[in-house]
Write a protein that binds this ligand. Structure first.
Ligand code: GLY
Length: 354
């Protein structure tokens, strides 16, 4: 059944639509909100294989003039140096400021295409069609768009809200298992930070099949939590930081292994468990929370511990984290499952990683 969420950001407001089979009627949905002539579709080779022609044909059928740009998959594509090739294609296509870009893909395509949209001709509208679980529950919602520099990820970007987010859960049927798990870590995160019942509902599901039987509700719940937080703190100055639960340590672990050891979700999973262990020791988190997190991570075949030989490297990375303001590091901790807080500490908080 079709589900709709309104993201209330004044003049930058938009709808998130969640519906199985949405891609089959994309043109019908789009013609209610977009009255221009041209649409530029940005996607990657993996997604193009399954959904590129489907999306293009649906839009051509309605009478839009479309052009599709297919990029190599993977984080390397999200580089600042990819941008000129996108701008050139947009210029060749003669896309004007009144027209539209669609990003069809996971977080890389959404972030890169969204950043291109935010800068081309000082900003053209864009619509996100996220195709990975991670992008459907996180990166496509809330308007963070960015590219990577050689010195680090997401170092150039902006807050630029899409005109709509179209989520078709059916596309997850072709999502490889490792990307499914990657996304499930973020899904679990939402239960941890904001919704105890949701956490235990997720904990009760036994397989990917059971998750897929409930997927519209799961996506709705995650997008509802995310959009509510973003509405209260669009520019990430306060409450939005709660979405980073598990991420400070997670990012440091990703970096420790040169972004080749653990996926983002796996690293966040390890981060959520370890920070909760530590904050239980500190008496901030209710006893037993870390164990609950460990159990749910095991259910979803996600890791919860790492064997870090050089913990100083982790501490060094954390001290450079952009959440480190002055000497104060803001970390996200749980008081209990479903209740999170922003806690001021220093990178020494991470001295014990088990
Ligand atoms: N992914 C965290 C945020 O959008 O703020």
């Amino acid at each position: 059944m079709k589900k709709k969420l309104f993201v209330d950001l004044k003049e930058n407001s938009y709808n998130i639509l969640i519906e199985k089979g949405l891609l089959n009627k994309l043109g019908e949905e789009l013609k209610n909100i977009y009255f221009g002539e041209k649409i530029f579709i940005i996607t990657d080779e993996n997604v193009d294989k399954y959904y590129g022609s489907k999306v293009k044909d649906e839009l051509d059928k309605i009478g839009y003039k479309t052009r599709k740009m297919v990029l190599a998959p993977g984080e390397k594509t999200k580089s600042f140096s990819t941008l000129p090739s996108i701008y050139n294609e947009l210029l060749d296509f003669k896309l004007t400021r009144k027209e539209l870009i669609i990003t069809l893909g996971g977080g890389v395509i959404g972030d890169l295409g969204g950043f291109a949209a935010s800068t081309f001709l000082r900003g053209v509208s864009f619509i996100q069609i996220p195709t990975s679980l991670l992008a459907q529950v996180d990166s496509s919602v809330g308007g963070k768009v960015a590219v990577d520099l050689e010195k680090g990820k997401n170092l150039v970007g902006s807050f630029y809200q899409p005109k709509a987010v179209f989520i078709d859960p059916d596309v997850l049927n072709t999502l490889p298992e490792k990307f499914y798990k990657d996304g499930m870590a973020e899904v679990i995160k939402y239960g941890c930070i904001k919704d105890r019942d949701f956490f235990y509902m997720l904990k009760s599901l036994k397989s990917r099949e059971e998750v897929m039987n409930n997927i519209e509700d799961i996506l709705y719940k995650c997008c509802y939590i995310k959009k509510s937080v973003v509405e209260r703190d669009e520019k990430d100055l306060g409450e939005r930081m709660l979405l980073n639960f598990g991420h400070t340590l997670g990012h440091a672990i990703e970096k420790y292994y040169n972004f080749t050891g653990y996926s983002h979700g796996e690293a966040v999973a390890i981060g959520m468990y370890n920070i909760s262990l530590k904050s239980e020791d500190e008496g901030i988190t209710e006893k037993g929370v870390a164990e609950e997190i460990k159990e749910i991570l095991i259910n979803y075949d996600l890791p919860y511990k790492v064997d870090i030989k050089d913990n100083n490297k982790i501490i060094d990375t954390i001290s450079l984290d952009k959440k480190n303001i002055g000497n104060v590091l803001k970390v996200i901790l749980l008081k209990s499952i479903g209740e999170s807080i922003i806690y001021d500490t220093t990178s020494d908080f991470f001295k014990v990683v088990r």
